[in-house]
Design a protein around this ligand. Structure first.
Ligand SMILES: C[S@@+](CC[C@H](N)C(=O)[O-])C[C@H]1O[C@@H](n2cnc3c(N)ncnc32)[C@H](O)[C@@H]1O
Length: 444
């Protein structure tokens, strides 16, 4: 089972019901409820049937279920959270990492240099080590983590988790953090793919009490007995992320650290929406060319901010989805082969035309096309189909265009979704769609 994230991603849903069945200790934290059924025959049995509904209203219960989720879904044996520290919401953390992998990293995989980068930095990993645990697992241990943490008790706790889990230990390096330099020193042979961070939100205890106090009246809080991990006394999350931006600029401008961070997407979670705007301005003011904003929709909305300095493939894929009613998932393979044939034919006629088609191994429903001309636009197609036509200035073959095509299960049908980096989405989407439609018409 999955749910759709803001970026049309399928985020796996963790079935609490199944966990309760599998781990009877969780029943003590559940409320027994009779099952409602419309079936008349079962009316008599109705009183006998019941199900357990997990009670998330206490922090103890939230911690209990989170420990089981991490043990069960991420195979971390004997995983325990510290009861005085932040209890992470797994779906929120998973959505953040999946958005980065799908929106920022996957499109760049067309570039060999990005494929070679396999390090992820997690700034302020907390006592839970939550991003490294999720991130190594969803990448099937291709991603290696360098995690920093400043808090002594959290560092000790992480040590215990790593000691008990050899596979995690082999893929996660823990670095003691400090406030002078947030991004740790990394040896030159390592290439960083992206940096993640869930920064401390507040500037001081007064601000924390005021804001968390407000929250507690509405819903249970994520647990803040030890408040230190939520406070950055130099100015809360805004100052923390600004410092990351400043440090990233220094790293990119130093010849010693440039190779390590050349392809890195620097990102952070942002908890307060108004900070997003301020951080976007900060990034622009520093002349950083690429930025990324997206929201994490799970439960409470959070935002992701990202910035990148360059690298060969820095095309931003914009969100654009308009469904077409495709009858089956198999159509993707068909589109792939027909498009490939068409691109080969075009290349046969125009030597300057370049293209690359790549499928993403871990994702059967997606492929990417990179071309140097908009061959789907009507006026270009007209030029291409006119065999007597000599080269026109409209055909320059000097662009760098990246599109992403994926077939996804919509409400009733499988839909064709195309994401392009083009500003004028409508024209490109519709032209590409009609070109693909024509290619798919069986030849008589
Ligand atoms: C909001 S918590 C996030 C914990 C975890 N990553 C999560 O998502 O649940 C912020 C963490 O950053 C840590 N931290 C604060 N300043 C730091 C620094 N200079 N270097 C490393 N970690 C720091 C805090 O101790 C805390 O564990």
């Amino acid at each position: 089972m999955t749910y759709q994230s803001s970026y049309e991603l399928d985020i796996p849903i963790i079935s609490i019901r199944k966990l309760i069945d599998k781990y009877p200790s969780l029943q003590a934290n559940s409320i027994k409820k009779p099952i409602r059924s419309n079936n008349q025959i079962t009316r008599q049995r109705l009183q006998l049937d019941f199900e357990y509904e997990y009670d998330f209203s206490t922090t103890k219960n939230q911690i209990d279920i989170t420990e089981i989720i991490i043990q069960d879904h991420f195979n971390i044996s004997n995983y325990k959270l510290r009861r005085d520290k932040l209890c992470p919401r797994i779906n929120n953390r998973m959505e953040y990492l999946l958005i980065l992998e799908s929106c920022l990293i996957e499109p760049c995989c067309i570039d060999k240099a990005v494929q070679d980068a396999n390090y992820v930095i997690d700034i302020g990993t907390g006592s839970s080590l939550v991003y490294p645990i999720i991130g190594t697992k969803i990448s099937q241990f291709k991603n290696k983590y360098i995690a920093t943490e400043i808090n002594e008790t959290s560092v000790n706790h992480i040590g215990k988790i790593l000691n008990e889990n050899i596979q995690l230990q082999n893929n996660v390096q823990l670095v003691k953090g400090n406030n002078q330099q947030l991004i740790p020193e990394i040896s030159q042979d390592k290439k960083v793919k992206y940096l993640v961070c869930n920064p401390p939100f507040y500037t001081n205890i007064e601000e924390l009490n005021e804001k968390e106090g407000l929250k507690k009246t509405i819903k249970p809080n994520e647990l803040t007995i030890d408040d230190s991990e939520l406070i950055y006394d130099q100015g809360g999350e805004l100052a923390f992320i600004r410092k990351l931006i400043d440090e990233s600029t220094v790293l990119i401008n130093s010849p010693n650290t440039f190779p390590t961070f050349e392809n890195c997407w620097f990102t952070s979670q942002v908890g307060i929406h108004s900070h997003l705007e301020e951080l976007n301005e900060y990034i622009e003011l520093r002349g950083i060319p690429f930025k990324f904003n997206e929201s994490i929709k799970f439960n409470t909305t959070r935002w992701i901010i990202g910035w990148r300095f360059g690298g060969h493939q820095s095309v931003m894929i914009q969100k654009y989805v308009s469904p077409l009613n495709w009858p089956s998932r198999n159509v993707l393979q068909n589109i792939f082969s027909k498009l490939h044939q068409h691109l080969e034919e075009t290349k046969g006629r125009f030597n300057d035309f370049q293209f690359k088609l790549i499928t993403v191994k871990h994702n059967r429903n997606v492929f990417y096309v990179r071309t140097n001309e908009y061959i789907w636009l009507r006026k270009i197609r007209r030029l291409l189909s006119n065999s007597t036509m000599s080269r026109s200035s409209d055909l320059s073959f000097d662009k760098d265009i990246l599109i992403r095509i994926f077939v996804d299960k919509g409400k009733d049908n499988f839909d064709l979704n195309i994401l392009t980096n083009e500003v004028d989405h409508n024209i490109h989407y519709n032209s590409l769609k009609s070109m693909i439609n024509q290619l798919l018409v069986p030849s008589s």
